[in-house]
Design a protein around this ligand. Structure first.
Ligand SMILES: [Zn+2]
Length: 310
Protein backbone atom coordinates (compact mmCIF):
# COMPACT_ATOMS: atom_id res chain seq x y z
CA UNK A 1 0.00 0.00 0.00
CA UNK A 2 1.21 3.51 -0.79
CA UNK A 3 1.60 5.76 2.21
CA UNK A 4 1.75 9.35 1.00
CA UNK A 5 4.72 11.40 1.99
CA UNK A 6 4.37 13.72 4.96
CA UNK A 7 0.87 12.70 6.00
CA UNK A 8 1.74 10.46 8.90
CA UNK A 9 0.08 11.45 12.16
CA UNK A 10 -0.05 9.37 15.31
CA UNK A 11 -1.27 5.79 14.80
CA UNK A 12 -3.40 6.15 17.90
CA UNK A 13 -5.04 9.38 19.10
CA UNK A 14 -7.57 10.12 21.83
CA UNK A 15 -10.36 12.69 22.16
CA UNK A 16 -12.37 13.29 25.35
CA UNK A 17 -16.12 13.98 25.49
CA UNK A 18 -17.13 14.42 29.13
CA UNK A 19 -16.56 11.14 30.91
CA UNK A 20 -16.13 9.24 27.62
CA UNK A 21 -12.93 8.85 25.63
CA UNK A 22 -12.65 8.08 21.94
CA UNK A 23 -9.45 6.57 20.57
CA UNK A 24 -8.66 6.17 16.90
CA UNK A 25 -6.94 2.90 16.08
CA UNK A 26 -5.33 3.15 12.67
CA UNK A 27 -5.15 0.16 10.42
CA UNK A 28 -3.91 2.02 7.36
CA UNK A 29 -3.56 5.46 5.85
CA UNK A 30 -3.01 5.89 2.15
CA UNK A 31 -4.28 6.78 -1.27
CA UNK A 32 -7.93 6.10 -1.99
CA UNK A 33 -8.37 3.03 -4.15
CA UNK A 34 -9.98 4.99 -6.99
CA UNK A 35 -9.00 8.26 -8.73
CA UNK A 36 -10.61 11.35 -7.15
CA UNK A 37 -13.25 11.74 -9.87
CA UNK A 38 -14.45 8.19 -9.24
CA UNK A 39 -13.97 8.10 -5.48
CA UNK A 40 -16.23 11.17 -5.20
CA UNK A 41 -18.77 11.06 -7.97
CA UNK A 42 -18.95 14.56 -9.49
CA UNK A 43 -15.63 15.91 -8.27
CA UNK A 44 -13.63 18.02 -10.73
CA UNK A 45 -10.14 19.50 -10.67
CA UNK A 46 -11.39 23.08 -10.57
CA UNK A 47 -13.23 22.34 -7.33
CA UNK A 48 -10.16 20.60 -5.93
CA UNK A 49 -7.98 23.59 -6.85
CA UNK A 50 -10.19 25.95 -4.84
CA UNK A 51 -9.64 23.88 -1.68
CA UNK A 52 -5.94 23.05 -1.87
CA UNK A 53 -5.09 25.31 1.08
CA UNK A 54 -6.61 22.83 3.53
CA UNK A 55 -6.60 19.62 1.47
CA UNK A 56 -2.80 19.41 1.32
CA UNK A 57 -1.05 17.43 2.74
CA UNK A 58 -3.48 15.29 4.77
CA UNK A 59 -6.42 14.90 2.41
CA UNK A 60 -5.05 15.15 -1.12
CA UNK A 61 -1.74 14.73 -2.95
CA UNK A 62 -1.23 17.27 -5.73
CA UNK A 63 1.82 15.40 -7.09
CA UNK A 64 -0.09 12.18 -7.66
CA UNK A 65 -3.62 13.63 -7.94
CA UNK A 66 -4.96 11.17 -5.37
CA UNK A 67 -7.23 11.61 -2.38
CA UNK A 68 -5.89 10.38 0.95
CA UNK A 69 -8.09 8.20 3.13
CA UNK A 70 -7.69 6.42 6.43
CA UNK A 71 -9.03 3.06 7.54
CA UNK A 72 -9.45 3.04 11.31
CA UNK A 73 -11.65 1.89 14.18
CA UNK A 74 -13.07 4.10 16.90
CA UNK A 75 -12.53 2.71 20.40
CA UNK A 76 -15.18 4.31 22.62
CA UNK A 77 -14.83 3.99 26.38
CA UNK A 78 -17.72 5.12 28.57
CA UNK A 79 -18.17 4.31 32.26
CA UNK A 80 -20.14 1.23 31.22
CA UNK A 81 -18.90 0.00 27.88
CA UNK A 82 -15.78 -0.57 25.81
CA UNK A 83 -16.90 -0.38 22.21
CA UNK A 84 -15.12 -0.96 18.93
CA UNK A 85 -16.91 0.90 16.14
CA UNK A 86 -16.07 -0.58 12.72
CA UNK A 87 -13.30 -3.11 12.44
CA UNK A 88 -11.26 -2.19 9.34
CA UNK A 89 -10.10 -4.71 6.71
CA UNK A 90 -8.50 -7.30 9.02
CA UNK A 91 -5.56 -9.63 8.57
CA UNK A 92 -5.18 -12.55 6.15
CA UNK A 93 -8.49 -11.90 4.39
CA UNK A 94 -8.73 -13.11 0.82
CA UNK A 95 -9.63 -10.06 -1.30
CA UNK A 96 -7.83 -10.54 -4.64
CA UNK A 97 -7.91 -7.43 -6.80
CA UNK A 98 -8.33 -5.13 -3.77
CA UNK A 99 -4.77 -4.26 -2.72
CA UNK A 100 -5.81 -2.29 0.36
CA UNK A 101 -7.73 -5.25 1.78
CA UNK A 102 -5.99 -8.37 0.44
CA UNK A 103 -3.90 -10.61 2.73
CA UNK A 104 -2.92 -7.82 5.12
CA UNK A 105 -0.68 -8.35 8.11
CA UNK A 106 -0.98 -5.21 10.25
CA UNK A 107 -0.30 -4.77 14.00
CA UNK A 108 -3.87 -3.60 14.64
CA UNK A 109 -4.31 -5.69 17.82
CA UNK A 110 -1.00 -4.41 19.18
CA UNK A 111 -2.33 -0.88 18.73
CA UNK A 112 -5.49 -1.85 20.62
CA UNK A 113 -3.34 -3.21 23.47
CA UNK A 114 -1.14 -0.10 23.36
CA UNK A 115 -4.31 1.92 23.90
CA UNK A 116 -4.80 -0.06 27.12
CA UNK A 117 -7.46 -2.53 25.99
CA UNK A 118 -7.20 -6.30 25.58
CA UNK A 119 -9.45 -7.95 22.95
CA UNK A 120 -11.30 -9.72 25.81
CA UNK A 121 -12.30 -6.34 27.26
CA UNK A 122 -14.29 -5.18 24.22
CA UNK A 123 -17.92 -5.77 25.15
CA UNK A 124 -19.58 -4.29 22.04
CA UNK A 125 -18.51 -4.32 18.41
CA UNK A 126 -20.67 -2.15 16.17
CA UNK A 127 -20.32 -2.34 12.38
CA UNK A 128 -21.91 0.70 10.71
CA UNK A 129 -22.35 -1.52 7.65
CA UNK A 130 -20.97 -4.78 6.29
CA UNK A 131 -18.51 -3.61 3.62
CA UNK A 132 -15.13 -5.34 3.73
CA UNK A 133 -13.28 -2.39 5.32
CA UNK A 134 -15.69 -2.27 8.29
CA UNK A 135 -15.90 -5.93 9.34
CA UNK A 136 -12.38 -7.33 8.92
CA UNK A 137 -11.22 -7.52 12.55
CA UNK A 138 -14.53 -9.07 13.57
CA UNK A 139 -12.68 -12.34 13.10
CA UNK A 140 -9.14 -13.67 12.99
CA UNK A 141 -7.65 -16.82 11.56
CA UNK A 142 -6.88 -19.52 14.15
CA UNK A 143 -5.78 -22.98 12.98
CA UNK A 144 -7.38 -22.41 9.58
CA UNK A 145 -10.74 -21.23 11.01
CA UNK A 146 -12.23 -17.76 11.32
CA UNK A 147 -13.11 -17.10 14.96
CA UNK A 148 -14.44 -13.94 16.65
CA UNK A 149 -11.52 -11.69 17.64
CA UNK A 150 -13.41 -10.33 20.63
CA UNK A 151 -14.64 -13.38 22.59
CA UNK A 152 -16.71 -11.47 25.16
CA UNK A 153 -18.34 -8.97 22.79
CA UNK A 154 -21.82 -8.70 21.42
CA UNK A 155 -21.52 -7.75 17.77
CA UNK A 156 -24.28 -5.36 16.70
CA UNK A 157 -25.37 -5.48 13.06
CA UNK A 158 -28.33 -3.80 11.40
CA UNK A 159 -30.93 -6.41 10.53
CA UNK A 160 -31.46 -4.82 7.10
CA UNK A 161 -27.73 -4.82 6.44
CA UNK A 162 -27.42 -8.44 7.49
CA UNK A 163 -30.29 -9.38 5.17
CA UNK A 164 -28.81 -7.70 2.09
CA UNK A 165 -25.22 -8.74 2.93
CA UNK A 166 -25.91 -12.46 3.27
CA UNK A 167 -25.09 -14.17 -0.04
CA UNK A 168 -27.31 -17.13 0.90
CA UNK A 169 -30.36 -14.85 0.86
CA UNK A 170 -29.33 -11.91 -1.33
CA UNK A 171 -28.52 -12.47 -5.03
CA UNK A 172 -26.86 -9.03 -5.11
CA UNK A 173 -24.46 -10.04 -2.31
CA UNK A 174 -23.79 -13.39 -3.98
CA UNK A 175 -22.88 -11.54 -7.19
CA UNK A 176 -20.58 -9.10 -5.35
CA UNK A 177 -17.30 -10.89 -4.71
CA UNK A 178 -16.10 -8.48 -2.04
CA UNK A 179 -19.37 -8.41 -0.09
CA UNK A 180 -19.71 -12.20 -0.36
CA UNK A 181 -16.24 -12.95 0.94
CA UNK A 182 -16.50 -10.36 3.72
CA UNK A 183 -19.77 -11.87 4.90
CA UNK A 184 -18.47 -15.43 4.84
CA UNK A 185 -15.22 -14.82 6.73
CA UNK A 186 -16.08 -11.82 8.93
CA UNK A 187 -19.82 -11.87 9.68
CA UNK A 188 -21.09 -15.45 9.46
CA UNK A 189 -18.56 -16.86 11.98
CA UNK A 190 -19.77 -14.27 14.51
CA UNK A 191 -23.41 -15.27 13.95
CA UNK A 192 -22.52 -18.97 14.21
CA UNK A 193 -20.70 -18.29 17.50
CA UNK A 194 -23.93 -16.79 18.89
CA UNK A 195 -22.33 -13.37 19.41
CA UNK A 196 -24.38 -11.35 16.88
CA UNK A 197 -27.31 -9.12 17.85
CA UNK A 198 -29.44 -7.81 14.98
CA UNK A 199 -30.89 -4.35 15.57
CA UNK A 200 -33.81 -2.46 14.03
CA UNK A 201 -34.53 1.28 13.88
CA UNK A 202 -33.28 3.46 16.75
CA UNK A 203 -31.47 1.33 19.32
CA UNK A 204 -30.34 2.64 22.72
CA UNK A 205 -27.20 0.86 23.91
CA UNK A 206 -27.42 2.75 27.22
CA UNK A 207 -28.22 6.29 28.39
CA UNK A 208 -25.31 7.80 26.45
CA UNK A 209 -25.22 5.79 23.22
CA UNK A 210 -27.92 5.50 20.56
CA UNK A 211 -27.64 3.75 17.20
CA UNK A 212 -29.74 5.36 14.45
CA UNK A 213 -30.42 4.39 10.83
CA UNK A 214 -28.27 6.32 8.32
CA UNK A 215 -29.08 4.57 5.04
CA UNK A 216 -27.79 5.33 1.56
CA UNK A 217 -24.17 4.30 1.45
CA UNK A 218 -25.72 0.88 2.03
CA UNK A 219 -29.41 0.14 2.71
CA UNK A 220 -28.85 -0.83 6.36
CA UNK A 221 -26.05 1.61 7.24
CA UNK A 222 -26.26 2.99 10.81
CA UNK A 223 -24.63 5.82 12.78
CA UNK A 224 -23.97 6.17 16.52
CA UNK A 225 -24.71 9.19 18.73
CA UNK A 226 -22.74 9.67 21.92
CA UNK A 227 -24.49 12.03 24.37
CA UNK A 228 -23.40 13.01 27.85
CA UNK A 229 -23.26 16.06 30.10
CA UNK A 230 -20.41 17.53 28.04
CA UNK A 231 -22.26 17.37 24.73
CA UNK A 232 -22.62 15.11 21.73
CA UNK A 233 -20.52 13.38 19.10
CA UNK A 234 -21.60 11.52 15.97
CA UNK A 235 -19.93 8.44 14.52
CA UNK A 236 -21.18 8.42 10.95
CA UNK A 237 -19.30 5.55 9.29
CA UNK A 238 -19.38 6.02 5.52
CA UNK A 239 -22.32 8.43 5.34
CA UNK A 240 -19.53 10.85 4.37
CA UNK A 241 -16.22 9.52 3.01
CA UNK A 242 -14.02 12.53 2.52
CA UNK A 243 -13.96 15.96 4.15
CA UNK A 244 -14.31 17.57 0.71
CA UNK A 245 -17.92 16.30 0.62
CA UNK A 246 -18.76 18.78 3.40
CA UNK A 247 -18.36 21.50 0.80
CA UNK A 248 -20.47 19.52 -1.70
CA UNK A 249 -22.79 17.22 0.30
CA UNK A 250 -24.73 16.25 -2.85
CA UNK A 251 -21.66 14.37 -4.12
CA UNK A 252 -21.72 10.68 -3.24
CA UNK A 253 -18.80 8.34 -2.99
CA UNK A 254 -18.45 5.91 -5.87
CA UNK A 255 -19.48 3.16 -3.44
CA UNK A 256 -22.85 4.52 -2.29
CA UNK A 257 -25.50 1.92 -3.09
CA UNK A 258 -28.64 4.13 -2.85
CA UNK A 259 -27.47 7.49 -4.29
CA UNK A 260 -30.53 9.66 -3.56
CA UNK A 261 -30.95 8.29 -0.03
CA UNK A 262 -27.21 8.77 0.63
CA UNK A 263 -27.45 12.47 -0.32
CA UNK A 264 -30.43 13.03 1.99
CA UNK A 265 -28.77 11.21 4.89
CA UNK A 266 -25.47 13.08 4.48
CA UNK A 267 -27.15 16.48 4.59
CA UNK A 268 -29.29 15.50 7.57
CA UNK A 269 -26.21 14.25 9.46
CA UNK A 270 -24.22 17.40 8.75
CA UNK A 271 -27.15 19.61 9.77
CA UNK A 272 -27.53 17.66 13.04
CA UNK A 273 -23.84 18.12 13.82
CA UNK A 274 -24.14 21.88 13.30
CA UNK A 275 -27.28 22.04 15.45
CA UNK A 276 -25.75 20.08 18.33
CA UNK A 277 -22.19 21.38 17.94
CA UNK A 278 -21.24 17.73 17.71
CA UNK A 279 -17.83 16.71 16.38
CA UNK A 280 -18.05 14.20 13.55
CA UNK A 281 -16.05 10.96 13.76
CA UNK A 282 -16.17 9.51 10.21
CA UNK A 283 -14.77 6.23 8.92
CA UNK A 284 -12.19 7.52 6.45
CA UNK A 285 -11.18 11.18 6.93
CA UNK A 286 -7.47 11.99 6.69
CA UNK A 287 -5.61 13.53 9.66
CA UNK A 288 -6.62 14.70 12.15
CA UNK A 289 -9.63 12.47 11.28
CA UNK A 290 -12.26 14.36 13.35
CA UNK A 291 -14.05 17.61 12.47
CA UNK A 292 -16.68 19.94 13.78
CA UNK A 293 -19.16 20.94 11.10
CA UNK A 294 -19.56 24.60 10.19
CA UNK A 295 -22.56 25.80 8.17
CA UNK A 296 -21.32 27.58 5.02
CA UNK A 297 -24.10 28.89 2.78
CA UNK A 298 -26.00 25.94 1.35
CA UNK A 299 -23.13 23.58 2.24
CA UNK A 300 -20.72 23.04 5.14
CA UNK A 301 -17.04 23.25 6.02
CA UNK A 302 -14.81 21.16 8.30
CA UNK A 303 -13.25 22.61 11.43
CA UNK A 304 -10.73 19.89 12.24
CA UNK A 305 -10.22 18.79 15.83
CA UNK A 306 -6.80 17.38 16.75
CA UNK A 307 -6.59 14.58 19.34
CA UNK A 308 -5.86 15.73 22.87
CA UNK A 309 -3.26 13.01 23.33
CA UNK A 310 -1.62 10.15 21.46
ZN1 LIG B 1 -15.62 2.25 4.21
Amino acid sequence: MVTPHNTRGPLVGTWTIGDATVTRLEEQLGYASLPPEKFIDGLDREFLARHLDWLVPHHYSVEDHRLITSIHSWLIRTGRHTILLDSCAGNHKDRPGFARFHQLDTPFLQRLRAAGVQPEEIDIVLCTHLHADHVGWNTRLVDGRWVPTFPNAKYLFSRVENEIGDPRRSPAAEADFLRRNAYRDSVLPVIEAGQAVLIDGDHAVDDSLTIVPAPGHTPGHVALWLRNAAGRALFCGDAIHHALQMHAPHWNSGFCELPDVARTTRRRILESCVEHRAPLFPGHFGAPHVARVIAAGSAFAPDFVAPERD
